[in-house]
Ligand binder design. Structure first.
Ligand code: ADP
Length: 533
């Protein structure tokens, strides 16, 4: 019984195939071919989703002749060969039979908005080949898992050569020109650096160029064409993120009224911080009515970061430079007054001059730090490598720093000599920075241990103090520029020292890190670097 019905099913299929194979070459254009294929294949297999695409090898463009989704004809359009599902079938020249997409299928990048919730669950998608050339792609989709069996795959594959031959026969008259004409515009759009969205009069995405796919692809579950940008459907936003939809809402609103809208920004935090800027320009139809528009997308993350850094720099420098300048001015005024009143004693003048010298040193240090900051930022920290004895360098630095405080005892634990090829000035700067920090952030005084060891290839130096300590959540951020731990801001500092130390060590092929058992538990700052570069 089963065998009989199976045989009759085969017979029907063979008969349908025969008439289809005869009908296909009689199509007078690719549009007619598309409708014929859809109508006839529907008798044999599930064609809930159906798409015919032409491929032009020269320009690497795919021109969608047409697509049908649950009986509704959707707009065609064209796109450059990319990394999506159809492109992969064209590229690999291999047919794909997916039984259960949500379980085994590749991620869908671009999809059309439809009344049916969810994505197709099964597909047969075959390349249309002519000799070893791909001339197109034919895709059948269904929302039912396992909608297609091996016979269906065989049927579609058996049909493919006839469809390819028909396309090739029709192409010289029409197909290729159409693809090439569209390709020129597409080529211009794809060569742009900016992302670009083309919207219809209702604010639905008609198409987007590759940079836009790159920007929005990773944000959400994929890009949904044919859905208004400010419209959520079944939990999906057309460009993946609610923040994008919210930022674009006023742009889309303006385009619906036929008005431009410039530089609307949105900050996204998924996949790292990114700042996108949107500008919309309206398009009009022949009667001057609003007909959608174009939205240009710039990734302005770097510009915003630079602007933020400039602001930080400006506020910090203006604050930190003003203090010593004020002190200098007051001292000069006091000296002037004493001279006018002829009451200036040499002792007073000497102590004021000392104070002024001290403040000018502070200013010079600060300016040097800013200069170093710009050098580290630009990767232009040029090193003057020479033979350096690190043990000696540590001893000299400790001797000069020890005189700053009688509250602290600095002990040095180093081998007698520890030689390597480094920039002596820069390395001295790192050692000095770590030791002065150890003093500064142990306001109660205490013991400071400076240790250096080597394994014959690298040296490791650590500076341990018994001071304020560092909360665990601050440890990873200490080496960011301008970062200061809350509670230490009353102590003088710019938050630049460790950032610059990190830059100096990185230029030497080394690294720096910090550890602390927590607030009030003291801190250890260590760095390691190779003996020779
Ligand atoms: P500055 O000392 O000028 O603020 P640094 O970059 O040298 O800048 O240090 C950054 C921050 O790291 C300091 O503001 C301080 O909060 C913390 N820090 C650095 N060294 C120590 C230390 N030895 N003990 C505790 N906190 C420290």
């Amino acid at each position: 019984m089963f065998a009989a019905s199976e045989t009759s099913r085969r017979k029907v299929r063979v008969a349908a195939m025969r008439s289809l194979l005869l009908a296909v070459p009689r199509s007078s254009d690719v549009g007619e071919l598309f409708h014929l294929l859809h109508r006839e294949l529907s008798r044999l297999v599930d064609t809930t989703g159906f798409l015919l695409g032409l491929y032009d090898e020269a320009s690497q463009m795919v021109e969608v002749v047409g697509q049908i989704e649950a009986g509704v004809v959707l707009p065609g359009g064209s796109f450059p060969l990319g990394n999506g599902f159809l492109s992969e079938v064209i590229r690999t020249r291999q047919p794909r039979h997916i039984h259960h997409w949500s379980v085994e299928g590749p991620r869908v990048q671009v999809q059309y908005a439809t009344g049916t919730p969810g994505l197709p669950e099964a597909t047969i998608t075959v390349p249309l080949m002519l000799a070893d050339r791909v001339v197109g792609v034919l895709s059948l989709q269904s929302y039912r898992p396992n909608a297609y069996d091996e016979d269906d795959l065989f049927t579609v594959q058996a049909l493919a050569p006839q469809v390819s031959a028909t396309i090739a026969a029709l192409q010289p008259q029409q197909g290729a020109q159409a693809v090439r004409r569209v390709s020129k515009l597409e080529a211009v759009l794809s060569s742009m650096n900016e992302g670009l969205l083309i919207l219809d009069e209702a604010g639905r995405i008609e198409s987007l160029n590759p940079p836009a796919r790159e920007i929005f692809g990773p944000i959400g579950d994929g890009i949904i064409l044919g859905q208004a940008l400010d419209d959520e459907q079944q939990g999906h936003w057309p460009l993946g993120a609610r923040a994008v939809a919210e930022a674009l809402a006023p742009v889309v609103e303006a385009l619906r009224r036929g008005e431009p809208r410039r530089d609307v920004e949105v900050e996204l935090s998924s996949q790292g911080r990114r700042v996108l800027s949107f500008s919309g320009t309206p398009l009009c139809d022949a009667n001057g009515q609003p007909a959608g528009g174009v939205v240009v997308i710039h990734d302005v993350t770097t510009q915003r970061d630079v602007a933020r850094m400039k602001d930080d720099l400006l506020s910090i420098t203006s604050h930190d430079l003003r203090t010593p300048l004020t002190v200098l001015r007051v001292q000069v005024q006091l000296i002037q007054r004493a001279l006018q009143q002829e009451a200036a004693s040499p002792d007073e003048l000497r102590s004021r001059a000392d104070l002024m010298l001290n403040q000018t040193d502070r200013l010079t240090n600060m300016l040097n730090r800013l200069l170093d900051l710009t050098r580290v930022e630009a990767g232009r920290l040029d090193l003057k490598l020479e033979r350096v004895d690190l043990s000696q360098l540590i001893r000299t630095t400790v001797a000069s720093v020890q005189s700053l405080s009688s509250l602290h005892t600095i002990s040095v634990h180093t081998p007698k000599r520890l030689e390597g090829d480094w920039d002596e000035g820069r390395l001295g700067q790192v050692v000095q920075n770590l030791i002065t920090n150890a003093i500064k952030y142990s306001p109660e005084g205490g013991r400071i241990d400076v240790t250096a060891t080597t394994d014959g290839r690298n040296v490791t130096v650590s500076v341990r103090d018994q001071g304020l300590g560092i909360p665990p959540e601050d440890l990873p951020k200490l080496f960011e520029r301008f970062y200061r731990v809350a509670g230490t801001r009353g102590l003088e500092g710019s938050g630049l020292g460790l950032y610059i130390c990190q830059g100096i060590l990185a230029a030497h092929g080394g690294r720096i890190w910090a550890s602390s058992a927590g607030r009030g538990q003291g801190s250890t700052f260590s760095f390691a670097l190779p003996l020779t570069l």
